[in-house]
Design a protein around this ligand. Structure first.
Ligand SMILES: C[S@@+](CC[C@H](N)C(=O)[O-])C[C@H]1O[C@@H](n2cnc3c(N)ncnc32)[C@H](O)[C@@H]1O
Length: 338
C-alpha cells in the first residue's frame, strides 16, 4: 500500500464552519481547553488541569512533546490535502472504506473495543484522532459511545458533522491538531481511536504516549489501517503489495511525476515542503513500526493485540492477496491491565 498524493492546496489555519452544520465544529482549543508546555510522563494518571480555552500559536505547538517540526509540516500538509479532496476521491484511495472484507473487519474491531468499554461505562467516552469524515465515528456512535472527533481538516469534519447529525450531543467536533489536543490533557476518555491515522504522524510513539495519559484507568487504545514496516514484509509480501498498488496507481494519472517522486525517495531524498512527501508520512517512507507500538504500549501497562491483514486499493488484488495470506497492514487493540 504505497499511496501517492495528487491534490495540492496551500495550508491554512482552520476556522469554524458556517451555521448550516448539524454537528457543531468547534474552533481549535475551544472544547478541551489549553495546556501549554507539553505533556506529563508516560501513562501518567494525575488529575487533569482545567483552565480557559485558548488557541495555541505555532511556537507553543512546537513545545508540545508530540509536536516537532516534522509533525507540524505533516499536519499542515494533511490539512491542505484533506481540505481539497472530495469524498469520492478520498474513498477511492481508502481500501478500508470500499472493500467489504475490510469494512467488516474495521466494524468488528470497533465493536470489540466499544463492547469491552461498555463493561465498565454505560456510555463510553472516545477521543478520535484524525476522525476524517467519520468512517469509525458513526459505528462507535451507533454502539452507544460519546465521541470527541478531532481533525485538522475542517472540510472533513464538516462532512462528519452532516453524516452523524442524528447523534446530537453525543458527538463533539474539534478542528485541531491531534498533538495539541493530547498535550492539553484537560479531559479523560475511556478509549483513544486512531483509524487510518498514525501513518500521517511522524512521531506516532510520542503521540500514543501522550494519548495514554488521557485515558481512564481501564482505558483502551485502538488503531486501524496503518502500513506495516515495509522492511519486514518479506520479499513476496513486498513485491505483491507493490504490484497491487501500481496496478491501481497507473490508472490515476500524474504517472510520470509520481514515478520521479518514487525514484527521488528511493535515494533517501525527502523535501521538507512537499505535500506529497509529508501527507502520508510513513507510507512514503518505511511504513509504521507495529512492533515498536506494541512494545511501547506493553511497557505502559497495556495488553496489546496486533491484527495483521492485507490491504490494497484494487478489488481484484485485494481478493487475491487475502487468498494468498499476504499481510501488509495492521490494527492495534490495547487494554490497560493494571
Ligand atoms: C486517512 S484519513 C482517516 C479518516 C478516518 N479516520 C478514516 O478511518 O477513514 C486521515 C485524517 O487524519 C487527519 N489528520 C492528519 N494529520 C492530523 C493531525 N496531526 N491532527 C489532526 N488530524 C490530522 C486528516 O485531515 C484526515 O482527515
Amino acid at each position: 500500500m504505497l499511496r501517492e498524493l495528487d491534490a495540492l492546496a496551500s495550508p491554512r489555519i482552520a476556522s469554524p464552519p458556517g451555521p448550516e452544520l448539524a454537528g457543531e465544529v468547534s474552533k481549535r482549543s475551544e472544547i478541551l481547553g489549553s495546556r501549554q508546555g507539553g505533556s506529563q510522563g508516560e501513562g501518567g494518571n494525575e488529575p487533569l488541569p482545567s483552565g480557559p480555552a485558548e488557541c495555541m500559536p505555532e511556537q507553543l505547538l512546537l513545545n508540545c512533546r508530540a509536536m516537532r517540526k516534522h509533525d507540524l509540516a505533516a499536519a499542515r500538509a494533511n490539512e491542505a490535502f484533506h481540505d481539497a479532496i472530495d469524498s469520492g476521491t478520498y474513498a477511492a484511495g481508502a481500501p478500508h472504506l470500499v472493500h467489504p472484507s475490510l469494512v467488516v473487519l474495521h466494524r468488528r474491531l470497533i465493536e470489540d473495543t466499544i463492547l469491552e468499554a461498555r463493561r465498565h461505562a454505560a456510555e463510553p467516552t472516545v477521543l478520535e484522532l484524525g476522525a476524517g469524515d467519520g468512517s469509525a465515528t458513526r459505528p462507535m456512535l451507533e454502539l452507544g459511545a460519546r465521541v470527541t472527533a478531532i481533525d485538522v481538516s475542517q472540510r472533513m469534519l464538516e462532512r462528519l458533522g452532516r453524516s452523524c447529525a442524528d447523534f446530537g450531543d453525543r458527538l463533539e467536533l474539534e478542528c485541531a491538531l491531534a498533538q495539541e489536543v493530547v498535550a492539553r490533557r484537560t479531559r479523560r476518555f475511556d478509549i483513544v481511536v486512531a483509524s487510518s491515522f498514525l501513518h500521517h504522524v511522524p512521531d506516532y510513539i510520542a503521540l500514543i504516549s501522550d494519548a495514554v495519559g488521557l485515558m481512564e484507568p481501564r482505558g483502551q487504545f485502538f488503531s486501524f489501517q496503518d502500513p506495516m514496516r515495509y522492511d519486514g514484509l518479506g520479499r513476496f509480501g513486498s513485491a505483491f503489495s507493490r504490484v497491487a498498488y501500481l496496478s491501481w496507481r497507473v490508472r490515476r494519472g500524474d504517472v510520470l511525476a509520481g514515478l520521479l517522486r518514487r525514484l527521488r525517495r528511493s535515494r533517501g531524498v525527502y523535501l521538507a515542503d512537499s505535500v506529497h512527501d509529508n501527507t502520508e508520512y510513513h507510507v512514503t517512507r518505511n511504513g509504521v513500526d507495529q512492533h515498536a507500538i506494541a512494545a511501547h504500549l506493553q511497557r505502559m501497562g497495556f495488553e496489546c493485540r496486533v491484527v495483521r491483514y492485507f490491504n490494497t486499493q484494487s478489488a481484484a488484488f485485494q481478493r487475491l492477496g487475502e487468498a494468498l495470506g499476504v499481510e501488509n497492514t495492521f490494527a492495534v487493540l490495547a487494554r490497560r491491565t493494571g
